[in-house]
Design a protein. Structure first.
Length: 506
């Protein structure tokens, strides 16, 4: 293995960026404002999924480190909670400005550890930064209420108080944005946090923390505990069960979300869960098919299909099925360019790891064995590498195939034909997930009916990209609890307090 240690950066290059210029590439965890090793001194490697090279070795922390981090976050909370909203807003704005200034370096770190094309990494920095900017503003609008009292000489006052220490557990698919969306919100509310980033992409989290440090975020407000997958469960147990933790904010699989929710239940802790999706992408006969195909490309192939709001099932009306498939196929064939994320022109990188590649290949192979037709792709592009899966278009998918029900999380467009609006709704809603959904129609009444009847937290009408800092992001059913972004995102990290002021005539 070609090991490059972040601490010994002499001759190596991270693609076209020189390591010597990369002051954000850290190889230590961040606790109480200090860059630290694990108590046990163990490390684990962070790999580049494109070529399996080791980018850095970082601390493989366990329960002891997690406990220390929770305790310092509680200590920091005692003073951070009493800062003014204006001060918190000011610090968040500094952090935003520094992330903006260092976008290029952050983007290179994302591409190195997550594999996504540089253009997409730059897009993620813009998107992730928009949450820091948004919550820098929102911090000053966490208002209370004065409610008319039913009794004479009494006053009812409602205020919002920060919950306390928040445990933040994040995935690898958006290693920057999934952190800023939570951390900027909780900081605006007056909370502090311990972040456990994904074992696949901890370097982006550490880089963001480095910039937070430079921005003047007080020590202990943001702490990062890094660990390998082996230690994720013991570290997660401390982060969910320690009595000093007030809230668990998690983005990841429904399976792990259920485990964390169970642990949180023991302490009746607040949870904010962003879990898996199974988004339908529905095209009606009145739709502009060229536009629908353009949006389908974004909804399906962004981050190579590794997004919880990615389109998972394409439901196409029988009247326009052949026409839509023809346009969609042309788009995929001409626009999807598979390769290393740093290479000019590449639009689809590797999948994050071998397990994910095997899962995608298994779902496609199962569908093919049961009669699905491969129009494009359908296999690993071994000539590029063992984690590069071809951009795939799969037709004739039926309910008995695993790919019909499961979240693919890969570059496979699964297409089905429907006859009526009722049938489209029935198929779309026949899942335990309820995150994002997409509808393409020019009929106003149909757009409203679909918006009302789709059992999903988010509905995009004639659009395949719906997320931003301003609207509330989140799901229903097994896709989660709570909302991120918008004015609601900050409310997740506050408790409502009612105070009765009485005897005002005495
Ligand atoms: P993904 O498939 O995106 O890796 P996971 O839900 O498996 O989704 O992982 C999301 C995050 O949850 C990662 O940071 C991972 O390390 C963490 N994680 C996995 N298992 C546990 C656990 N038992 N307790 C706490 N965190 C966990």
């Amino acid at each position: 293995m070609n090991i490059i240690r972040a601490g010994l950066l002499h001759r190596h290059c991270l693609f076209n960026m020189d390591f010597r210029q990369m002051h954000l590439l850290k190889n230590q965890a961040f606790i109480n404002g200090e860059w630290v090793c694990a108590q046990n001194k163990l490390v684990f490697p962070v790999l580049n999924p494109a070529d399996d090279k080791v980018i850095a070795e970082i601390p493989d922390m366990d329960q002891c480190d997690a406990k220390i981090a929770v305790d310092v976050a509680l200590e920091a909370f005692k003073t951070w909670r009493d800062t003014t909203a204006k001060e918190r807003s000011y610090i968040l704005r500094n952090w935003f400005e520094l992330c903006k200034k260092n976008s290029e370096e952050l983007a290179h770190i994302i591409t190195a550890e997550a594999g996504k094309p540089l253009a997409e990494s730059r897009g993620e920095i813009l998107y992730g930064n928009s949450f820091i900017e948004w919550f820098a503003d929102t911090a000053r609008h966490i208002n209370g209420e004065v409610i008319p009292s039913p009794w004479p000489n009494k006053q009812i006052i409602v205020t919002r108080q920060p919950i306390g220490v928040v445990s933040v557990i994040t995935p690898w698919n958006f290693p920057f944005a999934m952190i800023t969306r939570k951390v900027a919100a909780l900081m605006a509310a007056g909370c502090t946090c311990v972040i456990k980033p994904s074992e696949d992409t901890p370097l982006t989290a550490l880089a963001a923390a480095k910039l937070a440090e430079e921005a003047g975020v007080p020590k202990g407000v943001i702490n990062i505990v890094t660990c390998s997958r082996k230690n994720a469960a013991p570290v997660g147990k401390v982060l969910c069960e320690d009595t000093n933790v007030g809230c668990i904010s998690f983005t990841g699989s429904t399976y792990v979300g259920q485990i964390l929710y169970g642990m949180a239940a023991k302490g009746i802790k607040r949870v904010a869960l962003e879990l898996g999706g199974n988004a339908p992408f529905i095209v009606f006969p009145s739709a502009d098919l060229e536009h629908a195909a353009d949006q389908a490309m974004l909804a399906k192939f962004r981050n190579n299909g590794q997004a919880c709001i990615g389109a998972n099932r394409f439901l196409i009306h029988e009247d326009v099925y052949d026409d839509f498939i023809k346009i969609f196929k042309e788009r995929i064939a001409s626009k999807c360019v598979l390769g290393h994320g740093t290479k000019e022109g590449v639009t689809c990188g590797p999948l994050i790891n071998l397990a994910q590649t095997k899962k995608v290949a298994g779902l496609v192979d199962d569908a093919i064995s049961k009669g699905a037709k491969v129009e494009l792709g359908g296999k690993v592009a071994k000539d590029i590498g063992d984690k590069f899966y071809e951009s795939t278009l799969l037709l004739n998918v039926t309910p008995d195939m695993k790919i019909y029900q499961e979240e693919v999380f890969g570059p496979v467009a699964v297409c089905l034909k429907f006859k009526t609006e009722e049938e489209a709704l029935q198929i779309a809603n026949s899942t335990k997930s309820g995150l994002a959904s997409y509808v393409f129609t020019k009929e106003l009444g149909q757009a409203f009916r679909m918006s009302g009847k789709l059992e999903f937290g988010m509905v995009g009408i004639n659009d395949g990209i719906i997320s931003a800092a301003e609207p509330p992001f989140g799901g229903i059913k097994e896709s989660g609890i709570g909302r991120e972004g918008s004015k609601h995102g900050v409310e997740e990290y506050t408790d409502i307090k009612y105070t009765l002021f009485s005897a005002l005539d005495k």
